[in-house]
Design a protein around this ligand. Sequence first.
Ligand code: 2P0
Length: 350
Amino acid sequence: MSDSAAVYHATATAPVNIAVIKYWGKTSTKLNTPTNSSLSVTLSQDDLRTLTTASCSAQFQADALWLNGAPHDVSNVRSQACFAELRALRKAKEDRDPSLPPLSSYKLHLVSENNFPTAAGLASSAAGFAAFVRAIADLYDLEETPTELSRIARQGSGSACRSLFGGYVAWEKGSRDDGKDSIAVQVAPESHWPTMRAAILVISDAKKGVSSTAGMQSTVATSTLFPNRANVVVPARMEAMKKAIAEKDFETFADLTMADSNSFHAVCLDTVPPIFYMNDTSRSAVRIVEEMNRCAGENIAAYTFDAGPNAVIYYEEPAQDIVLGVLKKAMPAAIGWSDKYSKIEAKLPD
Ligand code: 2P0
């Protein structure tokens, strides 16, 4: 029986993920399907996560979202696509069991908070849309698997589909015209590689100049390097990365991670007009990690950069003192503005 005064609630969290094989390019902006598959490592929710409470009630007048305390627009097509898909699943459940309260017909209120500082310069859309979808799915008591929900989160923000899981996650681009097989799957749980660690080097907290959505569309339209990356380079790297993860082969994991970051930034540079996400300080971090690995005689650290200048450094726990020690010592000197330099060490989940 429904109760017109009742307010129904569910709370969920979703982690931040950092891609080691990058998503960059869409085959359909409407469906938000990618030109290539991608693979990410999920960071610890202790350090970086979005917490979202979803509520619904017959009393609510409109769908609404508050993000870190401020009202946020949900009239955009991406939020609307997620609402519509989740409501359709709930409606089907209510049709199967008419004793359920008709939550699919109620307006939704979402309250969302990040536990990481905005100054970290991290794109929060991945964790944000993943928590959005997870919280509503829990409110609606949906039985869909994380992979099934990833298809919905993808329509909110591509990288969000990978944040429905912990550990190592592949977003398989799919081949269907309707995008139904463009979904995320867990390649390995976090417990598979317990020594894996990530550190985030905050180089700038400035908002990025070119949004990912606009940047990738420009790259697809203009870069002559891009088709080779999407069709040849990345498919081979996806397989090699899955094998490296299965074998806990950090040497290969690091080679592939650094190569793919550099390939992604190369196609950005090859875009007309060129897109620069890395800056001189980012390039210093590249040189330091390359030199550290050369001196060690093996890869003890791997850098990767997303659509901004900040570095994520992967390493294994036994190398922590040397990797973070060298970075702490070298980076302030290298960048000369240590007051603006900060770091979050994000341990992966146990
Ligand atoms: C990634 N990035 O794989 C890549 C690497 C940035 C560089 O996914 O348009 O915010 O919302 O689907 O997911 C950023 O793109 O783009 C991103 P939309 P999204 O993590």
